[in-house]
Design a protein around this ligand. Structure first.
Ligand code: CDP
Length: 229
């Protein structure tokens, strides 16, 4: 298992995706969004008439599902049974069902395996909910981004392409998902041990990216000095 990864965990709309992509760009690493794989599996389950209920995600259904990857720029795209779900990943139906699907232990096992495989031969920035705690517990660099629920709802509302939902509606959906993600028994959202916690509520993307880059380069500098000694 590669430990040479940078993990970025945190709740919905804490800034993970934008920050992870920028850090990967700056360091010339690949970017892996684990949430996109949970969303892709959910999308495929919905297409097959499996509606969120945990018990209906069978072992056979998951076993038969082929997950492959494609590199677009420096970001990994996950294909399910040969298809890239594209913008459907961000649909309301997928958003409403994904936390239930992600709570199924067999689903988590499959995703964890795919993530470890995707990061096996390339250095990567991997973002999600359990990346520093479960998927890459020995990662050299771990970060946890957070922000108040109101600020996260404001951000998600601003980037939303669904004109009918107001900020309060977005806040409610986001809090429901946060609650499910933090209270499930299989790999709940948690601050991984050894992670640097960054509250992004009042910070710009640039300053979050800078904080991560300096923490990574400080550590690399220290390692170099120790080698010279
Ligand atoms: O973009 P946003 O933070 O709203 O969500 P996402 O990263 O696309 O993740 C969607 C959902 O997948 C989360 O709400 C979790 O239920 C699940 N997930 C997870 O359980 N573990 C991960 N490592 C990543 C996502």
């Amino acid at each position: 298992m590669s430990d040479d990864v940078i993990t970025i965990d945190g709740p919905a709309a804490s800034g993970k995706s934008t920050v992870a992509k920028r850090v990967a760009d700056e360091l010339d690493l690949i970017h892996i969004d684990s949430g996109s794989l949970y969303r892709a599996i959910t999308w495929q389950a919905l297409r097959n008439g499996i509606v969120a209920a945990q018990a209906t995600i069978s072992h056979d259904f998951l076993d038969a599902m082929q997950v492959s990857t494609d590199l677009k720029g420096n970001s990994i795209t996950f294909l399910v049974d040969g298809t890239d779900p594209g913008l459907d990943l961000r649909s309301q139906s997928v958003a409403a069902a994904v936390s239930d699907v992600a709570a199924v232990p067999d689903v988590r096992r499959k995703v964890t395996e795919c993530l470890r495989q995707a990061a096996q031969s390339r250095r990567a920035v991997v973002e999600g909910r359990d990346i520093g705690s479960v998927v890459f517990p020995n990662a050299r660099f771990k970060f946890y981004l957070d922000a108040t629920a109101d600020e996260r709802a404001r951000r998600r509302h601003a980037e939303s392409t669904v004109p009918s939902s107001g900020v309060q509606e977005v806040l409610h959906a986001l809090q429901t998902r946060d609650r499910k993600d933090s209270t499930r028994s299989a790999s709940p959202l948690t601050i991984p041990s050894g992670a640097v916690v960054i509250d992004t509520t009042t910070l710009s993307i640039d300053s979050v990216v800078d904080t991560i880059l300096s923490s990574v380069s400080d550590d690399a500098g220290k390692a170099e000095k120790e080698e010279i000694r």
